[in-house]
Design a binder for this molecule. Sequence first.
Ligand code: BGC
Length: 757
Amino acid sequence: MRKLYIIVLVLIVISCDSEVNKKKKESVRETPAMNTEIDNKVASLLSEMTLEEKVGQMTQITLDVVTKGDNQFSSAQPYELDSALVHKAIHTYKVGSILNTPGVPLSRQDWYKTIKTFQDEAAKTPRQIPIIYGIDAIHGVNYTIGATLFPQQIGLAATFNKDLVREAAKISAYETRASSIPWNFSPVLGLGRNPLWPRLWETFGEDVYLGKTMGVAMVEGYQGTLGDPNTVASCMKHYLGYSVPLSGKDRTPAWIPERELRQYFLPAFKEAVDAGSVTLMINSGEINGVPVHASKFLLTDVLRGELGFQGIAVTDWADINYLHTRHKVAETIKDAIKISVNAGIDMSMVPHDFEFSELLVELVKEGSVSEETINDAVSRILKVKMQLGLFENPVTDPKKYPDFGSKKFAEVSKKAALESFTLLKNNNNILPIAEKSKILVTGPTANTMRSLNGGWSYNWQGSEADNYAKDKNTIADAFTKSGNTTFIQGVSFDGENNINEAVKAAKQSDVILLCLGENSYTETPGNINSILLPKDQIELTKALAKTGKKIILVLLEGRPIIFNEIEPLVDAVYMGYLPGNYGADALVDLLFGLENPSGRLPINYPKHPHAFVNYNHKHSDNIAVPNYYESDYDQQYEFGDGLSYTSFKYSDLSLSATQMTQDGSIKVSVKVTNTGNRKGKEAVLLFVSDLYASITPEVRALKGYEKIALNAGESKVVSFTITKDELSFVNESLETIAESGEFEISIGDLKKKFELK
Ligand code: BGC
């Protein structure tokens, strides 16, 4: 028996090993020979370069600097490049990189013309080093007219479907290249653990395992085989700890013990580095009083030393200057440049002037920054340019990308939206509704593309989505087209309100589709002082509830806006996140039951404004005397929640062993049966609880998930492999360890224990 056990174990190890190898082969995009060839080319090019040329490569400016207009902070419309300024940037300052939009989205032809102009100019310089153009194509190439816009990352996380995320990223890469751009500032690998933070929706939610696995899928989708003109360089951001400012406001200080940095925030970056991501952007904020742009520890010791990252580390927007003007750790801008370059940045997103280049040349000449440091940074930049094939093919031609904005891509976006919508309440199975139902569509998010797309859509704040996505359906459009619908705004974001009219229309309807939530925003403009649902939205809901009609609430929002005051008044709740340009079409199919929901919450949805707790909380977060001390763990909805129109039964949870050694593994399997009468998809989530540990253990933590499709009556067995990795945490000495003792696996409502030796 023991022998058999050993053989089985060996087989498991072999199969895990081959999995690991396969992963490595897929993710390491070049053979060692290619690498040497590129490294040799880089070394030889570098040896010919002047200091000014090198520093130019480390400089990234924003597009406004080289366009016609009043100044370097904006572009006149219609947008046009200024050839004298282009010449100055590329010839005088020898800049290596340009980013961003001129404030409006461009057509593919305009992108092509713009980037071709830069590359033609760069080809006239002595070294002919191509420019690397970077863009925030965070949910599709959102600054190109006619592009396919997907759900934002938080919605993609809610799909719990890695394959779909990889596919969406692949399409985004293709369309980015169809816009002649080879570098995408995505994905965000920070964890959305503070509900107030205005960029929570740019994350994959609050969980480490979900975030790191989705991050890898996205990097794989973007990069494919680097050098293939259908793929782009990804950019892991924002390294490290950006997502949890204590105040919840963007770019304000975070306080994160190193133990937590390592356990919660580092893994997604580590996995993405291992998956081959070639660039990284740095957190604009400060952690424990140290701005990350000034942290040699994080930028060199951890990033290069421990994670082995060899790609480009680019600053975020103007962040070197902020070391002087905001964080006050540098007495002058020059000092700030010295600190940051010596800490380990490779490229400065300056972005408005050439002071960085001028002062950095001085610093090297004075000996405050070594030429070796500069050489390291420039080598990394040149290497990525070569890996991307920019030397041979500096600009991709939109004509070669016939699938841009195609119907088949739109279908993938709609599929992602369908799988992201998360049904959180469905009293008396009010949903799906009958096709003939008379519907009142109302609420501030009902008739705007802004609330479907969020920020980084057509422009930074997403404020032009209604102009540029005119041909796409708002919720009001989609329901009006599909049948018996009246739309009355009720309450709008600009303060107009016709609640009485909405109530009147409600009385004539069978059901109310109430669309609440937020307008589009990102970064500092998205900061809020209150996370409560605004008063006018509450008022509208209460007035509608008095009609006695059934209310289906749809939330379009980038963070969990607290609505406990009206939650009892609604019969069904769909969390829609920011589902993109096809979100409204997806919602029609879901509400009428043409499709079955399968999204799961990737965050805890708080119930109370001063009681934020993540789902993987500590036992002492719940000192429960419910309804008395208010120190109970009381969420509106919990991470992983999500209903279906069918029902799933979990059974036969089995573990391959009841004991595991440190280098062993355990196979977990569970049977899932669709016990309802319609087909559906189910995200099967596996949680692990370490029952006792030297650092207080989390109540539970996600360690595996898989999305399966089941016809009515059908069953499938889903298996997971648990190794030491899934049982580890970072201890007081900052070591990642798994402590021997009892662990509990839970899937659905089933639980089983085993012992780690
Ligand atoms: C944001 C980044 C973004 C960069 C370039 C910054 O303000 O923090 O996420 O990639 O701008 O647009």
